[in-house]
Design a protein around this ligand. Structure first.
Ligand code: ISL
Length: 563
């Protein structure tokens, strides 16, 4: 067993298997590679590893298209190695959670093979099969059952010539959506989860889990001016039976199982009110969710491919909103990066002029909020976006599908800024060939800055992003106020300054950060007075050698504690 809410003091590290470490020289990261790098995770001090999909897959979407939920793809290793990894992590006091991708399967999963064998198939109803729009010639453009768009461009429906029907795929055409209305589908998923938990894993990160309940009428969505497709989100983003399904899952999988688990639901488009409901412990749903509001502050409403300039106040406002919304009920996850997002130092920081300062300031304001921080591999080194020079270097299906619709130069420009492959370049271990990731040819290019930006040069360096992350993780483990303290935003006139207090009885922590490359005047003495009058303060952490009480320099962060 384990204490309820143990994950409140935990830091989670995300491993993207394909890009972490390669043990056999085929250029693709694997379980053997992870096993050889466990000292890195132990030294960093993380409590949980979230392992991305390693299951057998045709890899149309890098393993988020699964053809066997109970195995390991040979390209990544064996089930035996997975058991070894689990044991080795546990031996180091690190828990392991897996990626559960059950909104959809691969089109090569036996369930879909059977379902697509024809309308009489016993598993026909396991997926969303529909005839063409009435009055339309099946298989012709516009004849799709509704007007929804796939997240990876084009219609969300694929025509099956043999049966004359379409199946729904919110992601690629090779990722057909499961029909959760069917109780057999739900039982099959709970069986998979129980099978892994019986094997000893400690929980799941659940892929787009807020999409599993669809309005069974699958109505057309509103078509915005200039758009080619309708917006289906209102009919699957928070569907009519979503809470029923996740509560049922909790009952069938976790409720009566002794142990300490972690469940985190990935939920694009989730609102703070919905998130509070999903994470209310009394409801038995999820421990925490991944929300996306702060990932949208530099994008237009309609598309991630339409960037808008980054303004610190918008980011700060969003973060504060989520801290406040989940203050009484529920719990926040805290993240800047994952395998779908550009690198945070390139996105919100200043990698050219203030690489170290911006990477560390962003780290501090994230880790010292109330919630469970997630570190994506390489983030602890301050890894940056990749300077892709040609579409030939791009691997991601989302980016490549997007690129089909415009001139290469425009597409490249956007991919360099927001493409998912920015997060997927190999982990930079050394300054050697392929950054020490592989002895072979890496499946995707290594960032040329590995010559100076790598784990070997940062470990034990006095002033490194890695050491700063290590220190932040230590702070969470040693100061109860970081775990349990209430979050109070401290509004200041300077719009680039993010200042907040964490408060737990007598314990007070003050975080003051300049999220810009221009110095700002700030009366820190006054701020200390505002935070907790009459107290004396000591500096707990900072990213400049000496704190200046009157200015916050470029990307300066100061963490002080009242005594
Ligand atoms: O990646 C995104 C933005 O570029 C998101 O919209 C993303 O598609 C969404 O968060 C869902 O992501 C998850 O499910 C996808 C998979 O491709 C992603 O890698 C995964 O994290 C389909 O399984």
């Amino acid at each position: 067993g384990g204490p309820a809410g143990w994950w409140r003091s935990a830091v989670v590290y995300q491993v993207y298997v394909r890009s972490f470490a390669d043990s056999d020289g085929d250029g693709i990261g694997d379980l053997g590679g992870i096993l050889s790098r466990l000292d890195h995770l132990e030294d960093l001090g993380v409590d949980v590893v979230w392992l991305g999909p390693f299951y057998p897959s045709p890899h149309d979407d890098n393993g988020y298209d699964i053809s066997d939920y109970r195995g390991v793809d040979p390209v990544f290793g064996t089930l035996e190695q997975l058991d070894t990894l689990l044991a080795e992590l546990h031996r180091r006091g690190i828990r392991l959670i897996l990626d559960l991708v059950v909104n959809h399967t691969s089109d090569e999963h036996p369930w879909f093979r059977e379902s697509s064998s024809g309308p009489q198939s016993a598993k026909r109803d396991w997926y969303w099969w529909r005839p063409s729009r009435p009055g339309c010639e099946p298989g012709t453009p516009g004849a799709e059952p509704n007007n929804w768009e796939s997240f990876f461009s084009g219609p969300a429906w694929e025509f099956d010539r043999a049966s004359g029907e379409y199946f729904l795929h919110l992601f690629s055409r090779r990722q057909p959506d499961l029909n959760w209305e069917n109780p057999d589908v739900r039982e099959a998923v709970y069986d998979i989860m129980n099978w892994w938990l019986d094997r000893g894993v400690d929980g799941f990160r659940m892929d787009v889990i807020n999409f599993i309940s669809k309005d069974p009428h699958l109505p057309d969505g509103v078509v915005r001016p200039g758009a080619e497709f309708g917006d289906g989100f209102p009919f699957f983003g928070y569907g009519p039976r979503i809470h029923r399904y996740v509560q049922e899952m909790h009952r069938r999988v976790f409720a009566h199982r002794p142990g300490a688990f972690l469940t985190v639901g990935e939920m694009p488009g989730v609102s703070p009110e919905q998130a509070a409901r999903f994470t209310d412990p009394a409801r038995g749903e999820f421990d925490m969710v991944f929300q996306f509001e702060h990932m949208g502050v530099d994008q237009s409403e309609s598309s991630k491919w339409q960037p808008v300039p980054f303004e610190p106040p918008r980011l700060i406002q969003s973060l504060v909103r989520w801290q406040d919304a989940l203050a009484e009920t529920g719990w926040n996850s805290l993240y800047w990066n994952n395998h779908d997002q550009p690198r945070v130092v390139s996105r919100f920081g200043d990698p050219e002029r203030y690489w170290y300062e911006s990477a560390t300031a962003l780290a501090a304001v994230l880790h010292l909020q109330r919630g469970t921080p997630f570190v994506y591999q390489g983030e602890e080194l301050g890894m940056t976006n990749m300077p892709f020079t040609s579409l030939d270097e791009v691997r991601d299906i989302e980016s490549l599908n997007h690129a089909r619709k415009q001139p290469e130069a425009d597409a490249l420009d956007r991919i360099r800024r927001v493409g998912r492959d920015n997060a997927r370049t190999p982990m930079q271990w050394t300054d050697g060939p392929a950054a020490g990731f592989t002895t072979g040819i890496p499946w995707i290019g290594v960032n040329p800055n590995s010559s100076w930006l790598n784990a070997r040069s940062q470990r034990r360096a006095k002033r490194s992003v890695y050491e700063f992350y290590r220190r932040l993780i230590q702070l969470r483990h040693t100061l109860p106020v970081v775990v349990d303290g209430a979050f109070v935003h401290l509004p200041v006139p300077e719009s680039s300054v993010f200042a907040f207090v964490r408060r737990r009885d007598d314990e007070v922590l003050l975080v003051t950060a300049n999220l810009s490359s221009e110095p700002v005047g700030i009366d820190l003495a006054q701020t200390h007075e505002d935070a907790s009058p009459g107290r004396t303060w000591t500096v707990e952490l900072g990213n400049y050698d000496d704190a200046d009480p009157e200015t916050l320099r470029a990307w300066e962060v100061v963490v002080t504690r009242a005594l």
